[in-house]
Design a protein around this ligand. Structure first.
Ligand code: SAM
Ligand code: DTB
Ligand code: SF4
Length: 332
């Protein structure tokens, strides 16, 4: 099977609705054909600027307009962030992901500081990812020059369901930021959230948009909503693990080589549930006791789970290294 970008909604729906064990089996097969299924990429997430965000994303505890327990914190200092990166590296993380509660990047001193953070972390031999909101072509270029490896900008849900969730910027705005990142060599990380009251069709609609991009995102995070008190989605019921497994399996099947990240919501899942997600093709996690503002399993707990399942953390820059080795071989 080739990597395709001409999926139809009906086809993806057919995949998602297969008998569950058939679906897991097919996803596991695709995963093994395209990836090293013993490896899981481990990212550490750090909120470098927390809360006070002007947007109205109804899932988000960092939106200023909702009354949550999140305390506003201005941009962290470069040294502090580099220190956190040292810890993450010592714990075995290959990627450091920096998140800011911004609507968009502005060309100011804060952005200059973020560029310094990217340079500093890159120099430590770690992949750096940023999620800073909307970007222009020029800002993406600057991040590329600083050595950014990946930019995270989620579609969050389908185009049809989007207006129910976010009113302060459009689906097209999201796609435009992804386009700006694609004009550089920075890899694209884009996925979404399930459990926000969307229909199965909406889940498929989001996958359809991602899977039919000219180039699939190099990584696709699948988040289970963390329903935070004070947000409009606080009453949403927990996502059934079976839905998470189906979503991950379908993502793996339609985007065979993409890194599929089992992202937010793991504290609500059992170890066995997470194991099924890995079986269904998830090959990345956020590790460390905190996501941006909500809890996540402890690092040691995840390493124990990896040991039990026979998984190992992937080394940084593996794709780049493989490309260079292939080129060297071809030239020899
Ligand atoms: N402000 C930037 C933006 O929105 O692009 C970057 C940070 S934002 C917190 C990054 C992503 O985190 C969101 O797009 C959303 O997918 C995810 N996220 C935020 N709150 C969440 C929650 N309560 N549960 C699950 N995912 C969440
Ligand atoms: C993504 O898809 N999930 C991460 C990361 N990208 C930035 C964020 C999850 C946030 C969960 C809620 C919180 O901790 O604030
Ligand atoms: Fe702001 Fe990002 Fe949260 Fe939306 S998801 S409110 S843009 S921090």
């Amino acid at each position: 099977m080739d990597i395709r970008n001409n999926w139809s909604k009906k086809e993806i729906l057919g995949v998602y609705n297969k008998p569950l064990l058939e679906l897991i089996f097919q996803a596991a097969e695709v995963h093994r054909r395209y990836n090293d299924s013993s490896e899981v990429q481990v990212s550490s997430l750090l909120s470098i600027k927390t809360g006070g965000c002007p947007e109205d994303c109804s899932y988000c505890p960092q939106a200023a307009r909702y009354h949550t327990d999140v305390k506003v914190h201005r941009l962290m200092e470069v040294d502090e962030v580099l220190e956190k990166a040292n810890n993450a590296k010592a714990n075995g993380a290959s990627r450091m992901c920096l998140g800011a509660a911004w609507r968009e990047v502005r060309n100011n001193r804060d952005f200059d500081k973020v560029l310094e953070m990217v340079k500093g972390i890159n120099a430590k031999g770690m992949e750096v990812c940023c999620t800073l909101g909307m970007l222009t072509d020029e800002q993406a270029k600057k991040l590329e020059e600083a050595g950014l490896y990946a930019y995270n900008h989620n579609l969050d849900t389908s185009e049809e369901h989007y207006d129910e969730i976010i009113g302060t910027r459009t689906y097209e705005d999201r796609l435009n930021t992804i386009k700006s990142v694609r004009k550089t060599n920075i890899t694209v990380c884009s996925g979404g959230i399930i459990g926000m009251g969307e229909s199965t069709e909406d889940r498929i609609g989001m996958l359809l948009t991602l899977a039919n991009m000219d180039k699939h995102p190099e990584s696709v995070p699948i988040n289970a909503l963390v329903a935070v008190e004070g947000t409009p989605l606080e009453e949403q019921p927990e996502v059934p693990i079976w839905d998470m497994v189906r979503m991950i399996a379908a993502t793996r099947i339609v985007m065979p080589k993409t890194v599929v990240r089992l992202s937010a919501g793991r504290t609500q899942m059992t170890k066995e549930g997470q194991a099924l997600c890995f079986m269904a093709g998830a090959n990345s996690i956020f590790a460390g006791e905190k996501l941006l503002t909500t809890p996540n399993p402890d690092f040691d707990e995840d390493m124990n789970l990896f040991n039990t399942l026979g998984l190992k953390a992937r080394e940084p820059f593996k794709d780049k290294k493989a490309k260079v080795e292939k080129k060297e071989k071809a030239e020899a």
